[in-house]
Design a protein around this ligand. Sequence first.
Ligand SMILES: NC(=O)c1ccc[n+]([C@@H]2O[C@H](COP(=O)([O-])OP(=O)(O)OC[C@H]3O[C@@H](n4cnc5c(N)ncnc54)[C@H](OP(=O)(O)O)[C@@H]3O)[C@@H](O)[C@H]2O)c1
Length: 249
Amino acid sequence: MLLKGKIALVTGASRGIGAATALKLAKHGADVAVNYNNSVEEAQKIVDTIISNNGKAISVKANVFDQLESERMVAEVEKQLGKIDVLVLNAGANFKMAPFMEQTWEDFENKILREVKGSYWTIKAVLPSMIARNTGSIIIISSGLSRNPGYGFSTHSTAKSALDGFARALAFELGPVGIRVNVVAPGLTLTDATKFMPQAHKEAIANNTPLRKIGLPEDVAGAILLYASDETKHITGNYLPVNGGQIML
Ligand SMILES: NC(=O)c1ccc[n+]([C@@H]2O[C@H](COP(=O)([O-])OP(=O)(O)OC[C@H]3O[C@@H](n4cnc5c(N)ncnc54)[C@H](OP(=O)(O)O)[C@@H]3O)[C@@H](O)[C@H]2O)c1
């Protein structure tokens, strides 16, 4: 029970890594707000699972790329659960996977702006209460592709690198007031977002990974739990790859 008494908000928690994170944080005692944008039934299933395991959870709808919706989401969570101690910025922006010369400026701009807004507005709304209480753990979900490029992923690498820089800047500014900001960078993880990838390609990646498997959402959730908990209370501005050793820093 690493998070007993804590309140957590996980964005994009209806499916994939976010859903596994909501379940993991709740299992460790946090009251959890499950943000979703479209998947109302999936979000409710996560909430029901937490409640049936004697936890506390609510679902909250918001498109986190939108300022007003993000502000409303945070206000709703504070009203229903209380001040947020752990903020996981997991909802990412989809993008066109294509070689750079097939990308337009609009493809780039669209991805970068949505990716950064998805963290920016929610962090802005949560910070006043964290600053007032001199506590908080913020975890931004980046990607291994922010540091190690992949063919066709230039928009994604650029946008996630912006998040990495944002996290370091915030960790530097907010450390003195007791707030930690860290990055978790998953490698290929089996979720809806990676369903399009041929099985043979996934197997090839697994065979070239020291731990010989592709990541599962709960693998990433385990790393997020560590940053969320006080066990890592002297770690901030860090970047944690979760990739079975495929890329080592
Ligand atoms: N899977 C991978 O291999 C991998 C690797 C590296 C990094 N990542 C990163 O990990 C994060 C989660 O990825 P995933 O693979 O778990 O994705 P996923 O399975 O496709 O799930 C996406 C989640 O994000 C939510 N979402 C999308 N846009 C949203 C918005 N505007 N506002 C609120 N919620 C929104 C979706 O909610 P609704 O369905 O309700 O709209 C859903 O719950 C992303 O930041 C991604 O870039 C993933």
